[in-house]
Design a protein around this ligand. Structure first.
Ligand code: BG6
Length: 492
C-alpha cells in the first residue's frame, strides 16, 4: 500500500499573540508552506488576535512582510501568498478584559461547527484567563482544541497549576502541549529507525549499548529573551522538555501502536524510571555553566552576564547531566545529556555508542578498533550515520579503518525539510496527539528536574564559566571522561 498524506477538514485557527514574534516568525510561515502544498482546505480561516487594534488588511500586510522575511525567496509564490493572506482575519481582543470578545465570538460562530483550534502564543500567565473566557463565551465545542507551549510552569507545582487552569475548561483530549522538537523530521525518524527495522531493536539494550549521548548545542545567545531566560536557565528551558523528550524516544519500549496514548504511555514509563538526582549526587552527576565573552560565528560576543539585566546573574546557559534509567533494558547505561548556548557549533544529535568487540583477532598492524556508533543528526544536515570498522582498501596486510555508513536526508531525498510547526499545527487539526505532551508526562519531567534545580540552589555554587564559542566548561568533559568515554564531537 503506498504511503499517503492525511487530509484535514476545514477549520478555524485562532492565534492569540497573532501579531507576536512566534506568529510572524514560525506559525504563519508554517501555515503558508502547508497552504502551498495544498494541505489547507478551501474555507479554512486563520484569525490573528491581540490586544492591539489592527484591520484585516493591515494584518495581511504584516503577514506578507513576515513571509518575505522568513520564507526563502524560491519558496514564495506571489499568487500563493495572495491566496494565503485571503484566509487571514484579525480581531483585537483584551485577553484579560472584556473588549473584543463578542466580535471574536461572532466571527467564529459564523464558521458553524467546524474544527476550532486556539493557539495560545502568549505568556503562560494568560493561559488560564483565556481558557476560562473561551468557555464563558461558549466557544469551546467538542471539536475545539487548545494549543499551549512551554514554559508550562517553572517547577512541578506551577506546572500543575497551569494544567489545572487549562484542564478546567478543556478535556485532556483537547489539549495540545507543543514541544517543537517532537515535530522535527529526524526526531520522527528515530521512531522509524527503531520500529520500522529489525536491525537495531535486538541490540537496543544494555547488553550491546555502552552509553547514549544527547547533545543540543546552539551558537546563539539569549537573543532578546533575557527576561524569560534569566529566570529559567538551560535546565528548565531545554532539559525539562526537549532533551527529556529525546531521551524518551531513544529509551522507550516499542509501543503497541503509533497512537497518542500508546506512545505517551511508553514515554511516561521512561520518565518515571529516571534515577533521581538530588543534593546527594548532583555535584558528581551534573555540570552547570555560564558563558563568558568569546567568539560567535560572526565575531566576538559579550558575556551572558552583560546580555541580561542582572550583572550578578548565576543562571546557567549550559548543562551536562549523566542520567540513568533504572529498568531492565537500560540499567547500567549512562545517558549523557548536554545543552548550551554560545557553544562551538549549532548541532543537535543523538549518539548511540555500542560496546567494544569482546576480543580482537587482528594483529597490532590493523590499527585501533573503535566501537560502533549510531549518530542521529537532528540539525543541521539531518541524517543518520552508522560508524563501522571496515578493511582499509588495498594490498599490504589487514588494516582496519573507522568509517561512517552515511545517509544525509538532504542528499537522499532532495526535498525541503519542513519546519516542525508545519507538521504540528496540522496534527492538531487532524486531532492527532501523538507528538504532543500529555499532562502526566510534563509533570513527570518536572518531578525529575525539580530536585536538580533545588540541589543547585542549596549548594549556592556559581555556574562554571566557559568561553563563548567553546564546548562548555571543562567539567563537562570530565563528567564523561571519568568513565573513560568522550563526547562524540572530539572524534570527528
Ligand atoms: C526553545 C528554547 O524551546 O528552543 C530556546 O526556549 C532554544 O532557548 C530553542 O533556542 C531551540 O530550538 P531549535 O529548534 O532552534 O533547536
Amino acid at each position: 500500500m503506498p504511503s499517503r498524506i492525511i487530509a484535514v477538514e476545514p477549520f478555524d485557527l485562532v492565534v492569540f499573540g497573532g501579531a507576536g514574534d512566534l506568529a510572524y516568525r514560525k506559525l504563519l510561515p508554517a501555515l503558508y508552506q502547508r497552504h502551498l502544498d495544498g494541505q489547507i482546505p478551501p474555507g479554512a480561516r486563520i484569525i490573528g488576535v491581540s490586544r492591539r487594534a489592527m484591520s484585516d488588511e493591515a494584518y495581511r500586510d504584516a503577514t506578507r512582510q513576515a513571509l518575505e522575511d522568513h520564507v526563502p525567496a524560491e519558496e514564495r509564490d506571489d499568487g500563493a501568498v495572495e491566496a494565503f493572506v485571503e484566509r487571514l482575519h484579525f480581531r483585537s481582543v483584551d485577553a484579560s478584559g472584556d473588549a473584543g470578545w463578542s466580535d471574536l465570538a461572532d466571527l467564529l460562530k459564523a464558521g458553524g461547527d467546524r474544527i476550532r483550534a486556539f493557539y495560545l502564543a502568549v505568556g503562560p500567565g494568560l493561559f488560564g484567563t483565556i481558557c476560562k473566557r473561551l468557555g464563558e463565551e461558549g466557544l469551546v465545542t467538542p471539536e475545539t482544541r487548545v494549543i499551549i507551549e512551554k514554559p508550562i510552569g517553572h517547577d512541578l507545582e506551577s506546572a500543575c497549576a497551569v494544567n489545572d487552569d487549562v484542564g478546567s475548561v478543556f478535556a485532556e483530549s483537547q489539549i495540545y502541549r507543543i514541544d517543537h522538537y517532537l515535530g522535527k523530521e529526524t526526531v520522527q525518524n528515530l521512531m522509524a529507525l527503531r520500529f520500522g527495522n529489525t536491525l537495531f531493536e535486538p541490540l537496543w539494550q544494555n547488553g550491546s549499548i555502552d552509553h547514549v549521548q544527547i547533545t543540543v548545542a546552539e551558537t546563539l545567545g539569549v537573543e532578546g529573551r533575557g527576561g524569560y531566560y534569566d529566570k529559567a536557565g538551560a535546565l528548565r528551558d531545554m532539559v525539562q522538555n526537549h532533551l527529556l523528550q529525546l531521551l524518551c524516544l531513544v529509551a522507550m519500549e516499542p509501543p503497541a501502536y503509533m497512537d497518542a496514548d500508546s506512545v505517551r504511555d511508553e514515554k511516561l514509563k521512561v520518565l518515571r524510571s529516571l534515577v533521581p538526582i538530588d543534593e546527594a549526587n548532583a555535584s558528581t552527576l551534573t555540570v552547570r555553566g555560564q558563558y563568558r565573552a568569546g567568539a560567535g560565528p560572526e565575531g566576538s560576543v559579550p558575556a551572558y552576564s552583560s546580555e541580561v539585566d542582572n550583572p550578578a546573574t548565576d543562571t546557567e546557559t549550559f548543562v551536562a547531566i549523566q542520567a540513568e534509567i533504572a529498568n531492565w533494558r537500560w540499567s547500567g547505561v549512562p545517558f549523557y545529556l548536554r545543552t548550551g548556548k554560545r557553544l562551538a557549533a549549532r548541532v543537535s544529535e543523538i549518539v548511540v555508542a555500542f560496546k567494544s568487540i569482546p576480543h580482537s583477532i587482528f594483529g597490532e598492524g590493523a590499527g585501533a578498533l573503535a566501537p560502533n556508533k549510531l549518530v542521529i543528526r537532528l540539525q543541521p544536515d539531518e541524517g543518520v550515520r552508522l560508524w563501522l570498522m571496515i578493511k582499509d582498501p588495498g594490498p599490504g596486510g589487514m588494516r582496519l579503518r573507522y568509517v561512517p555508513l552515511d545517509m544525509s536526508f538532504a542528499e537522499a531525498f532532495k526535498v525541503r525539510s519542513p519546519d516542525a510547526y508545519e507538521r504540528l499545527i496540522l496534527d492538531v487539526i487532524r486531532g492527532n496527539q501523538t507528538l504532543f505532551m500529555r499532562r502526566d508526562e510534563v509533570e513527570a519531567a518536572w518531578r525529575w528536574v525539580d530536585p536538580i534545580a533545588q540541589a543547585w540552589e542549596r549548594a549556592h555554587d556559581e555556574p562554571k564559566g566557559y568561553t563563548a564559542g567553546t564546548w562548555g566548561p571543562s567539567a563537562s568533559v570530565a563528567l564523561v571522561e571519568r568513565s573513560g568515554r568522550t563526547w562524540h564531537d572530539e572524534l570527528e
